[in-house]
Design a protein around this ligand. Structure first.
Ligand code: GMT
Length: 372
């Protein structure tokens, strides 16, 4: 099949998932055409069958806001026409679903029927999309997509709750390539971070308000009072600056390291003993799933779709949003002895296997076949 994938190319989970999906489909022999304004973060290196089409948005002195959607729709039309595309799969509803609708209409006028799948990822529904500035267009374009998918049952239900949608939304869970993440930790790297054998705790996100990164720091500080630990904060975003500044003032600041954006998560996660995800909402929590695949237990909130991947008392624990004492208590109960940690590690890996790439990608493939 010839598939065009549209996504955000940045460090967000939707872009990561879309890129990993494209790479997996290309490995299975399909031709994958990414249409994005910048090369997707996880698309480094050469892949046979993968083509990348950059959306160029020409500027003009009259424009305060360069018309990105117009450029994107035109690029979609161009790619579909010139590469014999069978299907458009757009990730994140805003603005990709409405832009795909526009491209579909243009192509229909020229006699080319192109099915569109829209995959909903989270904030396109729960934060941004439901704002009345966007919601009429988001509702319309979701209804016009040939198939709507959501990355968790929670996100499907949130979509029905917040939008007037009366068509099925298929749940296709996010996935992880367990084989890629389940690696032996590099001992020298571990020693560098935790020279005295301290526990290594990791958080990864795009540091938006919804992630409550201050709760990560506060939970860590409580853990560190009982269990000597190091905290690695991966990623970057709007909340990093002031949290980093505040962290510099605290007594245990030497134990906290901000590593910024990292591409090779599969090299970092295996050195961790615990992953912290304190979000106010997560439709799924792909970062937590990648940690589990690296055999790392997860301490998270119970918000959104997190209970669909984190099993309380098995591969981690969940607490209410903001309950930093509870999260620290749970973390300590896992880290306090090697046998408990080993059990949670093993379970984390088992849980990740349920969402392995080999189980989920064929579901997308079947969906494509059905539509084409
Ligand atoms: O929140 C992020 O990290 C970015 C955001 C995105 O759309 O890029 O992530 C959303 O999609 C991910 C992939 O499906 C999910 O794993 C995240 O849970 C979801 N984020 C939120 O719902 C806040």
């Amino acid at each position: 099949m010839n598939i065009a994938i549209v996504c955000y190319p940045t460090f967000g989970g939707s872009g990561v998932l879309a890129t990993e999906l494209g790479k997996a489909l290309a490995d299975k022999g399909h031709n994958i055409h990414f249409i994005t304004y910048q090369q997707p973060v996880r698309l480094a290196g050469f892949h046979a069958n993968i083509f990348y089409h950059e959306v160029r948005v020409p500027t003009y002195p009259l424009f305060d806001y360069p018309p990105y959607e117009t450029a994107l729709a035109s690029t979609m039309v161009d790619v579909v026409q010139n590469y014999n595309i069978d299907l458009l799969h757009v990730h994140y509803a805003i603005p990709h679903a409405s832009t795909a609708y526009m491209a579909k209409q243009i192509l229909a006028k020229e006699g080319k029927k192109i099915p569109v799948i829209t995959t909903l990822h989270g904030t396109d529904i729960t934060l941004v999309g439901r704002d009345k500035t966007y919601s009429p267009v988001v509702t319309f374009s979701m209804m016009e997509s040939d198939v709507l998918t959501a990355v968790s049952a929670n996100l499907r239900d949130e979509t029905y709750k917040n939008f007037n949608i009366n068509k099925p939304i298929e749940v296709i869970y996010n996935f992880v390539d367990v084989k890629r993440f389940h690696k032996k930790p590099v001992e020298a790297f571990k020693k560098l971070i935790a020279p005295k054998g301290e526990k290594i705790i990791v958080h990864a996100s795009n540091f938006r308000k919804v992630k409550r990164v201050q709760d990560v720091v506060d939970t860590f500080l409580l853990i560190n009072q009982t269990i000597p630990s190091k905290l690695l904060l991966l990623g970057d975003g709007p909340e990093r600056g002031h949290i980093e500044e505040k962290t510099r003032e605290c007594e245990d600041c030497a134990e906290i390291k901000f590593l910024g954006k990292q591409e090779q998560m599969e090299d970092i996660l295996p050195i961790a003993d615990l992953f912290l995800l304190t979000s106010e909402y997560e439709s799924f929590g792909l970062a937590a799933l990648e940690a589990m695949a690296a055999e790392v237990p997860v301490i998270s909130t119970n918000a959104g779709g997190l209970p669909e991947i984190n099993i309380d008392g098995y591969c981690g624990y969940m607490s209410n949003v903001g309950d930093v004492e509870g999260m620290a208590r749970n973390a300590i109960s896992i880290l306090k002895d090697d046998a408990t940690l080993a059990k949670f590690r093993k379970n984390a890996l088992e849980q990740a296997k349920k969402f392995d790439i080999h189980n989920i990608v064929p579901i997308y493939e079947e969906l494509y076949k059905r539509l084409i």
